[in-house]
Design a protein around this ligand. Structure first.
Ligand code: ADP
Ligand code: MG
Length: 407
């Protein structure tokens, strides 16, 4: 059985695909091409709603948008991943809870224009738009943020050609405001709750670096993590595990953390240290709190190791151990893994990964393994075999390294 690898596209490939789709849908050539990456969280899981840190990196996998400005308020959209050409009038965009919500995937696109208008930037022009993407959907790799961020920079770049618009994507402040617009688009127009890590990663990451994201104030710090230079890659394993009864589990974990924080007299669990006495909590609360506290410590240790100096074998070993300990904590204390995630991690480690863990919310989705490039194919072979033996869906793999932001 051969491995299924979801290859990332070069800029030329992405440009050609989106351009061809544009030309076949609208019969003329697009004015501009923009793109934005998906992301994966390296460490710092289930800490965002606990006042803690996450450490995402952008994938080399991107969503490409070929665009032309129109002189009315109509957005025509087509996506290689969806059926048909859709049309939305920007004057009719209303929130998801209104009587007339925008149905389906166009909400992620027109929501961005709506949000920029809400920021008081004046009316946005209509667009003809064609989307193509190599970011897998619903694998926890944030295809939604990639889509929003690609169209956000497209609108910004088109508007920046006019006199009354200062380019947003060329400044830090502007990129932050674009992140905010993409978050409101997803929350309010698409009606999907999202914390903001995805949009920050897609809009503000840097090639060869991870982002330390502080959930308390959404501030970020870039930390160099140049895997290429030391012959490593981040292998992403999309387990394609079926959605089990995960509904309500997220709210349940969140609720338990809130109760635990209250009992311990703090606003957020992430502000506590490892030596905190947890005996006032019941057993379940203790486990959840222990995950949040140790995960926060692991994330900061990870950053310290990266900032301390070169990625020597010794330092890589420590980094890998932190990733693996994160998985163990999510499995035993936070209880959000499923057999597919555990087996992907276990197999990757057995066949030489430096470290491995589930990533994202859990209950399915993806795992990541920090691997030496020359070991990647053996690790993929073994995971594919093991999944077949267990009668799991066949996993998909992505070769990843910290990549460039929306542009
Ligand atoms: P993910 O973890 O991939 O972000 P989400 O459920 O948040 O999963 O977002 C997936 C949704 O985003 C899709 O169902 C679709 O509505 C929209 N989307 C993402 N990428 C595209 C694309 N290339 N074309 C059309 N819609 C897309
Ligand atoms: Mg998403």
């Amino acid at each position: 059985m051969s491995n299924i690898v979801m290859e990332s596209w070069t800029l030329e490939e992405g440009t050609r695909k989106a351009t061809e789709l544009f030309e076949s849908a609208y019969g003329y050539s697009p004015e501009a091409l923009h793109s934005a990456p998906g992301r994966v969280n390296v460490i710092g899981e289930h800490t965002d709603y606990n006042g803690g840190f996450a450490l995402p990196m952008a994938l080399p996998h991107r969503t490409y948008a070929a665009v032309s400005q129109r002189d009315d308020r109509i957005v025509r959209l087509v996506s290689a991943q969806e059926e048909g050409v859709r049309e939305v009038n920007l004057d009719e965009v209303d929130t998801h809870d209104s009587k007339n919500p925008v149905e389906g995937w166009p909400a992620y696109v027109v929501g961005v224009a709506w949000a920029l208008e809400q920021q008081g930037r004046g009316k946005m022009p209509g667009l003809d738009l064609a989307i193509d993407s190599c970011v897998p959907f619903g694998a926890g790799l944030s295809s939604s943020a990639a889509l929003e961020c690609a169209v956000a920079v497209a609108w910004d770049a088109l508007m920046a050609q006019t006199d009354n618009w200062i380019s947003m994507m060329t400044t830090t402040k502007g990129r932050k405001e674009l992140v905010d617009a993409c978050i409101s688009a997803e929350n309010e127009i698409a009606g999907a709750p999202t914390g903001g890590m995805d949009q920050a990663a897609s809009m503000r990451c840097r090639a060869g670096a991870v982002i330390l994201l502080d959930s308390k104030d959404a501030s970020i710090r870039h930390i160099p993590f140049d895997l290429e230079s030391v012959g490593l890659e981040m292998l992403v394993i999309d387990t394609r595990a079926p959605h089990r009864l995960a509904d309500g589990q997220y709210a349940n974990r969140r609720g338990t953390c809130e109760v635990a924080a209250k009992k311990l007299g703090v606003e957020y669990l992430a502000s506590l240290t490892r030596d905190t006495d947890l005996s006032a909590l019941n057993e379940e609360e203790q486990k959840r709190a222990r995950h949040v506290i140790t995960e926060t410590a692991r994330t900061l240790d990870f950053v310290e190791l990266l900032e301390d100096g070169a990625l020597t074998d010794e330092r890589l070993g420590l980094i890998g151990s932190l990733m693996t300990a994160s998985h163990e904590s999510l499995r035993a204390d936070y209880e959000v893994t499923v057999p597919e995630l555990d087996i992907a991690v276990e197999t990757a480690l057995e066949y030489g990964a430096v470290g491995a863990r589930m990533t994202g919310g859990g209950f399915g989705g993806s795992a990541i393994a920090l691997v030496r490039k020359h070991q990647a194919s053996a690790i993929m072979d073994e995971i594919t075999k093991r999944f077949a033996k267990e009668d799991f869906n066949q996993p998909h793999f992505l070769h990843a390294r910290p990549s460039a932001p929306a542009n």
